[in-house]
Design a protein around this ligand. Structure first.
Ligand code: AMP
Length: 367
């Protein structure tokens, strides 16, 4: 099935991946009267708790994938590291949004950076690196510090190491066990912002305003909206970058574009794309209470071919999202008692260090 039938309330939305993002998409879909079928390999997946149906099977189980896709009217996913063969099987049996092409482009840092640069949008300078010789040559070109990253499967600072003066670069590369890598030149950014945006099958586009992201130990700790003091020209440029990327991918769904803001000596700051997430994103969690349409509801709208919702902030409030990482989620009772704090817990049994267990959203009156 390649043409999508009309999606109506009562139809079945398939979600590949069973983490917290899948869980929050499932909750939003249920609100629209859709049935949700989640496919994930782990029997403990947090999204299973809130889905009408689930399949526990590995991502290379062709028969299980086909049966899952046949049972769905449209299929989306909550993470980008889906093997291409998996996406191809799903696409033979159901409409998959965003497309397998969008996945392929964004799951490999080298392919993604080539693509972004081909649009005339800047990224960090980079070189493909597979061998110690290529790494030496790349370091000679880009200088130190530079950041060595695996091309695939990196997240929350995993699969990357900074190469500083005096570091044994070859040993750092060897630590990646032969995984294909890229070396990125160091971007002297003043802060990190992101744009979460949606595009429908008819080309309709809606972006949330850029938000400001604060990381601790390579993991997102806080998102704040609006990004304080963000120049309107820079904000418009950020949204325009997201739109250019979405249109070039003929994208359907929600995507996030992470950007570095680099101060210029004069005039507006320069924006450099760090990475694209072809899905809802942690820096968009604020939208559940902070915007008129949450990024999860927006995903459902986009992949079903429904009108996109308003991305305006709720009541013009300032919004802060705080991630609850590891044992921070033990503060749940205190957070419940905090006036105006909206608590979300993901239902994960074990609070390992660095694991995202939940988040809190706070709406703050400006001034
Ligand atoms: P990533 O996994 O690519 O999102 O990188 C994780 C974090 O490392 C980013 O949020 C930045 O704080 C930092 N980082 C990544 N790439 C660069 C770069 N080229 N220059 C400076 N900092 C970087």
């Amino acid at each position: 099935m390649t043409n999508s039938p009309p999606i109506r309330p009562g139809a079945t939305l398939g979600i590949v991946g069973g983490g917290q993002l899948g869980r929050m998409i499932a909750l939003a879909a249920a609100n629209y009267g859709l049935k949700v079928h989640v496919y994930a390999p782990d029997a403990d997946s947090p999204a299973f708790d809130v889905a009408a149906t689930h399949t526990v099977a590995p991502y290379d189980d062709a028969a299980a994938l086909a049966a899952f896709a046949d049972a769905c009217d449209v299929v989306t996913y909550e993470f980008e590291n889906i093997p291409h063969a998996t996406a191809a099987i799903l696409a033979e049996h159901a409409t998959v949004r965003p497309s397998a092409h969008a996945l392929l482009t964004t799951q490999d840092r080298l392919v993604e950076k080539d693509f972004v640069n081909s649009l005339g949008v800047p990224t960090a300078p980079y070189r493909a690196v597979d061998t110690a010789e290529e790494l030496e040559a790349a370091l000679a070109d880009l200088g130190r510090p530079a950041i060595l990253k695996t091309r695939r499967f990196g997240y929350d600072g995993k699969g990357q190491r900074t190469v500083r003066e005096g570091d044994d670069a070859a040993a750092i590369l060897a630590g990646f066990d032969g995984a294909p890598c890229i070396l990125e030149g160091f971007v002297p950014f003043s802060r990190e912002i992101s744009v979460v945006a949606a595009r429908g099958p008819d080309g309709a586009f809606a972006a949330y305003e850029p938000c400001e992201n604060e990381h601790r130990d390579h993991i997102l700790a806080f998102t704040r909206v609006p990004a304080s003091g963000l120049d309107p020209t820079t904000a418009a440029a950020a949204e325009s970058i997201a739109r250019t990327i979405a249109e070039a991918l003929d994208y359907v769904g929600v995507l996030a574009v992470e950007l570095f803001e680099v101060e210029a000596e004069a005039g507006p700051a320069r924006l450099v794309v760090n990475e694209i997430a072809p899905r809802v994103h942690n820096s968009g969690h604020w939208t559940t209470e902070g915007a008129l349409t949450s990024q999860f509801a927006q995903t459902v709208r986009a992949v079903c071919g429904w009108p996109l919702g308003s991305t305006a902030r709720t009541g013009g409030m300032q919004v802060e999202m705080e991630n609850l990482i590891g044992e921070a989620a033990d503060r749940w009772a205190t957070l419940l008692a905090e006036a105006g704090a909206h608590l979300h817990l993901y239902g994960k049994a074990e609070a390992r260090p660095g694991r995202k267990m939940g988040h809190v959203t706070r709406l703050i009156s400006p001034g």
